[in-house]
Design a protein around this ligand. Structure first.
Ligand SMILES: [Zn+2]
Length: 187
């Protein structure tokens, strides 16, 4: 087969989310002919991350130990717990210092670990903040969680209006996100 190895590389790259065949082909050409040092660094970093990065056993965020540095940080506000739909959302809040409480990731209902959330709530949480994009699915999720935790005397809040439906936190500008969390409202 002609250029079998090069074509396999393109096909593999095109399996990445948002990467089409055209970009995959451009990446492959760049990695092999323009910057093979970058290519090897990338291969090494991917392997290193796969072997060392995991999900935090408490909040399900990204961690390199059983429990992440945020969950272990005793200087944070333990009374606030922010529910996000992906570990990357935590990075946005952290990189921009928008929030000083704890987090809990719920990517979908199937992987949602109710027991872990209840344990966290029992550690002294009094406000649960839903930092989720507007969608019918998330509205249902919020109702579901509120029902599960109704006996814990919590205040349930969500980000202020202004986050367009269908837009993820990762696409919102930081000023708007900061405003949304400061002006959060009761659900
Ligand atoms: Zn954690």
């Amino acid at each position: 087969m002609k250029n079998h190895k090069f074509n396999t590389l393109i096909e593999t790259l095109s399996e990445l989310p948002t990467v089409g065949k055209k970009s995959a082909s451009r990446f492959a050409y760049h990695l092999i002919f323009k910057d093979s040092f970058l290519a090897l660094k990338l291969a090494h970093n991917i392997e290193d991350a796969i072997n060392n990065v995991k999900k935090c056993g408490v909040c399900q965020g990204i961690s390199e130990s059983e429990i992440c540095y945020i969950c272990l940080d005793s200087s944070r506000d333990n009374e606030k717990l922010c529910i996000v739909s992906s570990p990357q959302d935590i990075l946005i809040f952290e990189e921009n210092k928008l929030y000083d409480g704890k987090y809990f990731v719920i990517e979908d209902l199937e992987s949602f670990d109710e027991h872990k959330l209840k344990n966290l709530v029992l550690s002294g949480v009094n406000e649960l903040i839903f930092a989720l994009e507007h969608s019918i699915g998330n509205d249902a999720l919020i109702l579901y969680i509120e029902d599960k935790l109704k006996d814990h005397n919590l205040t349930f809040t969500k980000l202020a209006q202004g986050i367009p439906s269908g837009m993820s936190l990762q696409n919102i500008d930081i000023v708007s996100l900061n405003k949304a969390i400061l002006q959060r409202t009761k659900t």
